[in-house]
Design a protein around this ligand. Structure first.
Ligand code: EPZ
Length: 420
């Protein structure tokens, strides 16, 4: 397993281009199953999760071709059963269920295991499919949805933490080919859901309200092929912005979408970080002393849970006390124990982490766990004095395109150690 060796203490300087959004491209790839015609997706990030999804689509019978950051998918014929080994490995694969149910009136996927950030139930996805007329059975670790036909319905998708992003994506995709009108209440408002809705609309779907808590889908007989450019990754942009601030550098993020990042930019401002728009780029640097801020993660447009770990690192190097409360996942503090190894003073109190910031961090070997915790460890290593070795870098490669290359471009002393 590869690891990253970081010699910290170097402020990041320069420009970096933000890649396409992982959490937009995965459901959009699944949506190509809804039509027998070819689709072209552009600004596709080179991530292992994306490659996984490509293999899953191929296991379902689709032709899949990656040409640089352009992806061509042609699902002329599809099977309702995919490669379980792959499906089991990636939570995002659950979003093939809606398209398969709509196209074939049946879908069988392996139940996604929980993962390091907590249980990952799919009860809301299944509630939505049942509302559209599907019969759900669960056996042997697989969940199967079957319907004679799908009929539009009014349904409420709110759950323990508010809305569900992939649940909204799944039900919206299934509803595009249902007979009649579907109204999804308490829908997720994330930009990635809007991007998917835009792609589905380009395919001929009739969708209004995407980006709001009420999405209305009027079913059509069939969808046709389409071309689409994926939105930039707001979480990658947030990650690089926080790395710039934590290392006291100055970085320009090319292609970032500030209109997708209001909560993050608001908290960066309060923390004493200046973010300036320069055309289609964002310039990030400190604006005097850093100040502690409190964070609570919420569904969009609240502060994104996927930037929580990275924000915690900035607070760890900020003199003062910050309280970071995680409201989306029940155990998304895996990075805390690893950050403590670098000298961070953080105490967990239930859903909150109390960060006593300001002590300088010093490098140490650390273990990556989930995707965003790993990104936090990289930022901490960049800000720490001395050497940090981040093990199990495959977690990072799932969601960040060439992160070490991009950081080197910004002056970081970081190298990938291939495991022999
Ligand atoms: C998406 O996961 C993202 N992944 C996650 O990003 C992100 O953290 C999450 O949304 C929240 O923003 C992709 O888009 C591929 P949810 P998703 O359904 O859709 C509960 C990353 O690092 N819930 O919005 O699986 C659930 O337990 C990843 O890029 C139910 O109770 O998340 C959680 O507490 C990590 N029942 C909350 O809702 C359900 O049926 C939000 O989960 C579904 C979810």
């Amino acid at each position: 397993m590869d690891s990253l060796l970081i010699k910290g203490g170097v402020p990041l300087h320069g420009e970096v281009t933000i890649s396409g959004a992982k959490n937009a491209v995965l459901p959009i790839m699944a949506a190509t199953l809804l039509t027998a015609e070819p689709c072209v997706i552009r600004r596709v990030p080179d991530l292992s999760d994306v490659k996984f999804m490509g293999q899953i689509l191929m296991s379902l019978g689709a032709q899949v071709k990656f040409e640089g950051d352009t992806l061509r998918v042609h699902a002329a014929k599809v099977r309702g059963v995919g490669d379980y080994d792959l499906i089991r490995k990636m939570r995002g694969s659950i979003c093939i269920m809606g398209p398969l149910l709509a196209r074939l009136k049946q879908a069988t996927v392996s139940l996604p295991g929980g993962c390091i950030i907590g249980a990952r139930p799919i009860n809301l996805h299944l509630k939505g499919f049942e509302a559209l007329g599907a019969k759900i059975t669960v056996e042997g670790g697989y969940v199967r949805a079957k319907a004679r036909r799908l009929t539009g319905a009014d349904l409420f998708l709110g759950g323990r933490a508010g809305s569900t992003v992939l649940g909204t994506a799944n039900v919206m995709m299934a509803a595009t080919l249902a007979e009649g009108v579907t109204i999804i209440e308490s829908a997720a408002c994330e930009p990635e859901v809007v991007d998917l809705a835009n792609f589905l609309t380009a395919m001929g779907a009739k969708i209004t309200g995407a980006g709001s808590p009420t999405i209305t889908v009027t079913g059509v007989k069939a969808l046709h092929g389409a071309e689409h450019e994926v939105i930039p990754d707001r979480i990658e942009a947030a990650t690089f912005a926080l790395a710039a601030a934590a290392t006291d550098g100055e970085v320009t993020l090319r292609g970032a979408r500030p209109d997708h990042m209001h909560a993050v930019l608001d908290k960066l401002h309060d923390a004493g970080v200046q973010v300036e728009r320069r055309g289609t780029a964002l310039n990030v640097r400190r604006n005097g002393r850093l100040k502690p801020v409190d964070i609570t993660t919420l569904p969009y447009a609240g502060f994104p849970t996927d930037a929580q770990a990275q924000m915690m690192v900035l607070m760890a190097v900020t003199p003062g006390i910050s309280i970071i409360t995680e409201r989306i996942f029940e155990s998304r503090f895996m990075h805390v124990s690893e950050l403590a190894r670098l000298g961070a003073d953080i105490e967990i109190e239930g859903p909150s982490a109390i960060v006593k910031g300001g002590r300088p961090l010093s490098g140490a070997p650390v273990m990556a766990s989930d995707l965003r915790a790993s990104a936090a460890l990289v930022i901490a290593g960049l800000a720490a004095r001395g050497k940090t070795l981040v093990n199990r870098v495959y977690h990072l490669d799932r969601g960040y395109e060439n992160i070490d290359g991009k950081l080197r471009q910004l002056g970081a002393r970081i190298e990938r150690k291939e495991e022999t």
